[in-house]
Ligand binder design. Structure first.
Ligand code: F6R
Length: 607
């Protein structure tokens, strides 16, 4: 949430900042701003409400904005409405210090009362308190900027922050610090950059330095000095990011979401290549398998769509590997840890690897010295670094706020891991399960579905475009997918959509069914197919407009969408695709910004 960029020592600072912010727009898009300094006494602060394109227009409309060093920010509002005043960079009252921030300063009101009661604030942000504090410590206490920054950080308790600070009197220097929010330093040739996500700067460099919580970094055009909380120098090697900047472009697609839905067949094939031998045996780190095998229970912890992928994963671990598995929502688990088994093993599912709620759990898990695995799409992300083991999703950058290919990649990788575990434990179910063949079938099935876009466009127009609410229903795995497809629909089309266990309808929710309420039944499990069909009859009798998504093994002549048949344990990988496409076309036909739904942002780095 919120994207930060910085650059020092480059004549193209303005375009580097604006282009970087555009690539970070998925992290927040209600207002944005840049501050640049040309080292010859000229500097510019430009902020605008709205998107990066609005900021670009404002930059063009402002005379001669140029510089070699600068910072930028794209905002997802936490304190104060989206407005120019609340946009970052925030500036100290004397105009000397400029600051961008991603995170939440929990004690900002106390700091304001204790140190700054005489300062007139111009914004409602927690961030302004920090920049005024730095200024206070420099101008009133005589500290140099670094010491003032360090002192300010020492007052922030458990707050989360990624900060980039500039001092007009030392204009080629970026002061950088982080706690809980992601930040990377990119090493350029004669210049350096800072960013919340390497994607922002891949056209400038592929070599990055990770930062750890509590560290402070002073970045100049030809120098990067990292120090720890105690002020001691820290040496760290760079890591290389092997992503082509073009992979993060949407090419000819109107929206990233459609591109990412279309990429799913290839993601399935890629996972098969990376994690399975030609004969289908899984290639998974032996230490990881041993660590999981010695556990008596798996705890999958995740948020949102990743949590929904965990619900499917749990069934795979239980059915293929025979390991009892629980799935928990991170934000609940973090402060209400259930009674654990004697030998727990934790699996964190997270596309971004940065989700604050999940990280909070991982910190607790590490404190309790339990082993863990992060399954993530982002190498070197915080959760990947801090867990005992990591498996990468290899799905390529996911940029649309609504997650699609990361969900299916998480399920496919859990299937491979469950197969590996089950085989290592001599479980017949795992030995008989040809995951390679299944992923090939899934990839073909996905392709057939995404090739039918016109069908989903038409169905979205007829069934979902004008409805205020809709329900997805199913049982078992189909219920798990109902939760995900309902989330997709609500988050990008603003239809109030809910996923229900179809057996639960009669226990209350059926009261909401009115004439023409869309109820979409997912039917892929033989043992519950008849029951869900009966539940659909019951809502139809009360006026609902019913739609079915059914595997061809269970299909009847009147079914709406028929899925190719795959193993019943893998059907979630196919049944979710119609839900993704229906959500996409509902949003598109409403004229909404599919990739950037209101109030949301990708990579939720605040709790
Ligand atoms: C919904 C969506 C979110 C994320 C959730 C967790 O489409 O994308 O619900 O799944 O914020 O994010 P990660 O997986 O990055 O931990």
């Amino acid at each position: 949430m919120c994207g930060i960029v910085g650059v020092t020592g480059n004549d193209s600072a303005v375009s580097i900042l604006l282009n970087g912010l555009q690539r970070l727009e998925y992290r927040g898009y209600d207002s944005a701003g840049i501050y640049v300094n040309d080292q010859n006494g000229e500097d510019y602060l430009v902020k605008e409400k709205g998107r990066i394109d609005d900021l670009r227009k404002e930059v063009s409309a402002t005379a001669n904005v140029h510089g070699t060093t600068g910072i930028g920010h794209t905002r997802w509002a936490t304190h104060g409405e989206p407005s120019v005043a609340n946009a970052h960079p925030q500036v100290s009252a004397d105009g000397r210090f400029y600051l961008v921030h991603n995170g939440v300063i929990e004690n900002f009101q106390d700091l304001k009362n204790d140190y700054l009661s005489d300062v007139e604030f111009t914004s409602q942000t927690d961030t302004e308190v920090i920049v005024q504090l730095v200024d206070r410590f420099v101008t009133k206490e005589g500290l140099d900027t670094l010491a003032a920054f360090r002192k300010t950080l020492s007052l922030l308790g458990h707050s989360s922050y990624g900060f980039l600070l500039m001092d007009k009197e030392d204009p080629d220097t970026l002061y950088v610090a982080k706690n809980k929010s992601p930040l990377l330093i990119g090493v350029g040739d004669g210049f350096n950059v800072v960013c919340s996500d390497s994607l922002a700067m891949l056209d400038q460099t592929k070599d990055f330095l990770e930062l750890h919580d509590g560290e402070i970094v002073v970045v100049k055009p030809d120098e990067i000095k990292i120090t720890n909380q105690a002020g001691e120098a820290v040496q760290r090697d760079t890591f290389h990011v092997d992503i082509d900047a073009a992979q993060a472009d949407k090419g000819t697609y109107p929206f990233y979401m459609l591109k990412e839905i279309d990429e799913q067949p290839n993601v399935m094939r890629k996972l098969s290549q990376v994690y399975l031998n030609d004969d289908g045996t899984p290639v998974i780190n032996a230490d990881l398998l041993d660590a999981i095998k010695s556990a008596d229970r798996l705890y999958i912890v995740a948020a949102g769509t990743s949590y929904h992928a965990g619900l499917v994963g749990a069934k795979l671990f239980e059915s293929l590997a025979g390991v009892p598995t629980e799935v928990h929502v991170s934000s609940e688990f973090a402060y209400n840890q259930p009674l654990l088994s004697k030998k727990p093993f934790f699996i964190f599912l997270t596309q971004s690897g940065e989700t604050a709620d999940s990280r909070e759990v991982l910190l607790n898990v590490n404190e309790q010295k339990f082993p863990s695995l992060t399954i993530t799409n982002v190498p070197n992300s915080t959760l990947s670094r801090e867990a005992t083991y990591t498996l990468l999703l290899h799905a390529g950058p996911e940029i649309a706020v609504a997650s699609t290919k990361a969900y299916t990649a998480q399920i496919a990788l859990q299937a491979i891991l469950a197969k590996a575990l089950g085989e290592a434990d001599d479980q017949a179910a795992a030995k008989d399960f040809d995951v390679k063949q299944q992923l090939a079938l899934v990839a073909n099935g996905m392709q057939a579905l995404v090739d039918e876009k016109a069908t989903f466009d038409k169905l979205a127009k007829s069934a979902l475009l004008h409805t205020p609410n809709a329900f997805y229903i199913g049982r078992g795995l189909d219920y798990a997918v109902s939760l995900e497809t309902a989330l997709k629909l609500k988050e990008i089309s603003y239809v109030q959509a809910e996923g229900f266990a179809s057996g639960e309808l009669k226990h209350g929710t059926i009261a909401l069914i009115e004439k023409d309420t869309p109820v979409i039944g997912i039917i892929t499990q033989q043992k519950t197919a008849g029951l869900t069909r009966s539940n659909l009859q019951e809502v139809a009798a009360r006026g609902a407009k019913t739609i079915t998504i059914v595997t061809d093994a269970l299909a009847k002549p009147d079914d709406t969408i028929v899925l190719p048949t795959v193993d019943e344990r893998m059907t979630a990988l196919l049944s979710v695709v119609p839900g993704q496409l229906l959500a996409y076309y509902t949003s598109l036909n409403k004229g909404l910004d599919v990739d950037k739904p209101r109030n949301l942002a990708k990579s939720v780095t605040v709790e």
